[in-house]
Ligand binder design. Structure first.
Ligand SMILES: C[S@@+](CC[C@H](N)C(=O)[O-])C[C@H]1O[C@@H](n2cnc3c(N)ncnc32)[C@H](O)[C@@H]1O
Length: 234
């Protein structure tokens, strides 16, 4: 049985949440219900990392972008508006339908959507994308083992030299340690499960990448304390 370090409690836990199907199943329902009740949950404006990623991808003359955990598409639309070809992935199907509607005929020609749970292998051939963007998907209910597998999948579907920009809530966040502990630095609060990252987890996921930058920023009214991580497929 694998042993993962419970970084929050500072102790080793055997096989921390090896089969989290019940947790993730609940999370999918919870996200679907939350999006249905809140058509503009994060507002219509792009996020700060969404603006950064769009500008950076254009500056590097990248084209095909995979967005993981696109949600209701505030950043998908920003990437499309910058002329990028966006493959938006999420396990909440209605949210993806909503993005296509928001994109309208002008932008929709460069939008593809995929309903998928990132705990399974990404449904794309290797070296399909120039870039991967993800705002707050890595920081969901995924275990460290699942995050390792996801980072491996991102590496597989990126072209050599491809950029990955993702954001996570970190252990300096006010909600870290609050609510119900699920092990592996994951806490359920208000129905949402968050995996809070420490620096060692960022470095672990970057093992097969060149880690370029980790920038702290805040979002929302709590405010959430996040890191924007930029790493490049070597
Ligand atoms: C915190 S929201 C962020 C949404 C969007 N990136 C934004 O910032 O507006 C996290 C998103 O990840 C999706 N998600 C969570 N776990 C997932 C999983 N295992 N597979 C695919 N999508 C997942 C949720 O449905 C939700 O849309």
């Amino acid at each position: 049985m694998s042993k993962l370090r419970d970084r929050g409690a500072g102790k080793l836990v055997a096989g921390a949440a090896p089969a989290d199907d019940h947790v993730i199943g609940d999370q999918r329902r919870h996200w679907e219900e939350t999006f249905a009740a809140n058509p503009e949950m994060y507002g219509p404006e792009p996020s700060e990392p969404g603006r950064y990623a769009a500008t950076r991808f254009v500056a590097e003359e990248l084209s095909a972008v995979l967005e993981l955990g696109a949600g209701q598409g505030r950043d998908t639309l920003e990437l499309l508006r910058h002329g990028l070809e966006v493959h938006a992935l999420d396990f909440a199907p209605d949210a993806l339908v909503g993005i296509a509607a928001l994109a309208g005929p002008e932008l929709a020609g460069r939008l593809r959507t995929t309903v998928h749970d990132v705990r399974s292998a990404l449904p794309y051939p290797e070296r399909s994308f120039d870039a991967c963007y993800s705002h707050m998907l890595f920081t969901m209910a995924l275990t460290t083992e699942e995050l390792d597998a996801l980072a491996g999948e991102v590496h597989r579907v990126l072209r050599p030299g491809g950029l990955c920009i993702y954001t996570v809530r970190h252990t300096g966040d006010a909600h870290y340690g609050a609510g119900r502990s699920l092990g592996d630095d994951r806490y359920e609060n208000g129905g949402f499960v968050i995996h809070f990252f420490d620096r060692s987890l960022v470095e672990r996921l970057a093992a097969r990448f060149d880690l370029e930058d980790v920038t702290a920023f805040e979002e929302g009214s709590l405010p959430r304390q996040l890191w924007r991580v930029t790493m490049r497929r070597a």
